[in-house]
Design a protein around this ligand. Structure first.
Ligand code: PBG
Length: 333
């Protein structure tokens, strides 16, 4: 082998991959515990942690256990926790009144966490599906999802959450006009510091399946959510939705699901330059866990790689069921 000066490649990109030290030095994006929002499921009772079959490692917790979990999350450095209630079927009605009951499960959990762990930010979900007898995010009349009547209910729900101590309101319902209506009501009720993280670009996705099991909505849901959630074939529409929600008063925006929609995350971040989040949803979590449990992939590595992808795509943070596991891994535990 001769080494003629003219024979070397013009660019040896492998040079900056030659060792761990050099790779660390040139890495553009990193995942940190600051990037994590942890979605959790709340149920009734005392001292209960009940596994969700389709989400290995995820449990539904009673309010006391949620407060304990929030303590552990905060001790790991996780900044925010996001609450989803598993509502008893007997509380699901046509008018969804349990949604704005100050004493509902979600609002009780907010108060318990605020008291036990004041430093963690509490995010909520605003949509009628946990309380709706037919499993939809909005009121259903003659098979149609009503927009404006639903927005009125969502406003009451959001104000009850703010009154309970929520820091970040997360409307996930995809009705038109809800961000402006909620913002106005929050201002009027003395909650001008309560933030809105809009589920602005939320797609009608098959990846929500395990979540609907976790909150007990799969049995109730009649039909699909395609008349309000986005068509997976669209991306310009996502930008219109984000722009509209920002105009109406959203402080932060979300793309959901995550991994199949990284192009949307990138377009949103490039166009608007606002705090942008992705939701790595239940089906994404379930796929990684199922493959890992079968020994088909290295679960820990896939977890970190999947989350780093969101950072590379421009996200400021990720809602992920992996939050405690990845926080522990990042802390070297
Ligand atoms: C309901 C809601 C859903 C999720 C969050 N809020 C499900 C749906 O729209 O049917 C999904 C989260 C997940 O799959 O992890 N408003």
């Amino acid at each position: 082998m001769s080494h003629q000066p003219a024979a070397f490649p013009a660019a040896r990109l492998r040079r900056t991959r030659q060792s761990g030290a050099i790779r660390n030095l040139v890495r553009e994006h990193t995942l940190t515990v600051d990037d994590l929002i942890w979605p959790v499921f709340v149920r009734d009772g005392q001292g209960i942690e009940e596994p969700v079959a389709s989400m290995p490692g995820v449990v539904r917790r009673s309010v006391d256990k949620i407060a304990e979990a929030a303590r552990e999350a905060a001790d790991l450095g996780i900044s925010a926790i996001c609450l989803f209630p598993y509502t008893d079927p007997s509380l699901k009605t046509e008018d969804c009144a349990e949604a704005w009951n100050p004493g509902n499960l979600s609002n009780r959990a907010i108060r318990a966490i605020k008291e036990a762990v004041p430093e963690i930010a509490i995010m909520t979900d605003v949509a009628l599906d946990p309380y709706n007898i037919n499993g939809h995010d909005g009121y259903v009349v003659d098979g149609e999802i009503l927009n404006d009547e639903t927005v009125e209910a969502l406003v009451k729900m959001a104000v009850a959450q703010a009154e309970s101590g929520a820091d970040i309101i997360g409307p996930s319902d995809m009705m038109d006009g809800r961000i402006g209506a909620i913002r106005t009501a929050l201002e009027a009720s003395g909650h001008s510091n309560v933030m809105i993280l809009s589920y602005a670009a939320k797609y009608a996705s098959a990846f929500y399946g395990p979540f609907r099991d976790a909150v007990g909505a799969s049995g109730a849901l009649k039909g699909d959510k395609a008349t309000y959630q986005m068509d997976p074939g669209n991306s310009d529409e996502a930008l219109r939705l984000v722009g509209r929600d920002l105009d109406e008063g959203a402080d932060m925006v979300m793309v959901k699901p995550g991994m199949p929609y990284l192009d949307i995350c990138r377009r949103v971040k490039d166009q608007f330059g606002v705090p942008t989040y992705a939701y790595q949803v239940s089906g994404e979590y379930a796929m990684i866990m199922a493959a890992a449990q079968n020994g088909w992939i290295d679960g820990d590595k896939a977890m970190v790689e999947s989350l780093l992808g969101f950072k590379r795509a421009g996200c400021d943070g990720i809602l992920t069921y992996f939050a405690p596991a990845v926080a522990r891994k990042l802390a070297g535990q």
